[in-house]
Design a protein around this ligand. Structure first.
Ligand SMILES: C[S@@+](CC[C@H](N)C(=O)[O-])C[C@H]1O[C@@H](n2cnc3c(N)ncnc32)[C@H](O)[C@@H]1O
Length: 225
């Protein structure tokens, strides 16, 4: 598959190591197109930006490392992260993408179609985790990837972990946004939620956890067998 480097993902220009990590993670033309649509939408409507290429490539590696057959992408946005996940999953793997914004789900559908992803490999569901989690099978997923508001995961952490099989992982995006989590004076609701999520996962003896300082940060928690 042809790959080309994409534009800076946040409107800013990553420099140094971050720029190298993004350029190393060259995106396919379909991923570049999906990213450009998402960035245009972010500028026009204030929607959130997609994952940086280096973060996307890490999602792909995590999916490949567990030979993922079943993955959930929560807050799927325009499908940039979903395309990276699909790239790392088994060729017959199925991505369940959910979002609370129907326009984002339509954009994700377009991204998957343009990338030539067979329709049977994706399942798009409208709703919030609180609404959709009860419809998903416990212990049936290799990876659960969460973007969007941490307040939403904090309230659904047990349900999210319950979806994952042993040796599978929960991936939360964005805990290092604006470096607030490391600033004791930052006490806004989102930062407090991130601290609670990080503490809960780290203190859970059934999990092995790490914070990956790429993009706006990934918190990865893998279920021990
Ligand atoms: C940063 S964007 C995700 C971008 C995606 N990671 C990508 O790279 O393509 C966050 C998404 O979360 C969705 N979202 C926000 N709150 C949500 C909620 N409570 N439940 C489900 N999705 C939500 C938004 O509609 C948005 O599409």
């Amino acid at each position: 598959m042809t790959s080309v480097a994409g534009p800076p993902p946040t409107g800013g220009s990553p420099t140094g190591a971050a720029a190298y990590a993004d350029s190393f993670a060259a995106e396919t033309p379909a991923q570049v197109a999906a990213r450009q649509r998402a960035m245009t939408s972010a500028e026009a409507f204030g929607t959130q930006v997609p994952v940086e290429p280096a973060v996307g490539a890490t999602l792909s590696v995590l999916a490949a490392a567990c030979d993922a057959r079943s993955v959930v992408s929560i807050g799927s946005g325009g499908g940039v992260a979903g395309l990276w996940l699909l790239q790392g999953m088994r060729p017959d793997g199925v991505l369940t993408a959910l979002d609370a914004d129907p326009a984002e789900l339509r954009a994700a559908r377009q991204a998957f179609t343009e990338a030539g992803v067979p329709s049977g490999r994706t399942r798009l569901i409208f709703g919030t985790p609180g609404e959709v989690l009860p419809r998903l099978s416990p212990g049936a997923y290799d990876l659960v990837s969460c973007a969007g508001p941490p307040l939403e995961y904090a309230g659904n952490l047990a349900g999210l972990l319950g979806l994952i099989r042993h040796s599978g992982s929960l991936i939360c995006h964005g805990l290092l946004t604006e470096d607030k989590i490391a600033d004791p004076s930052a006490r806004d609701a989102q930062t407090v939620a991130w601290r609670e999520i990080a503490r809960t996962l780290r203190e859970d003896e059934t999990l092995t956890c790490a914070v990956l300082p790429i993009g706006t940060g990934l918190l990865v928690a893998t279920k021990r067998t």
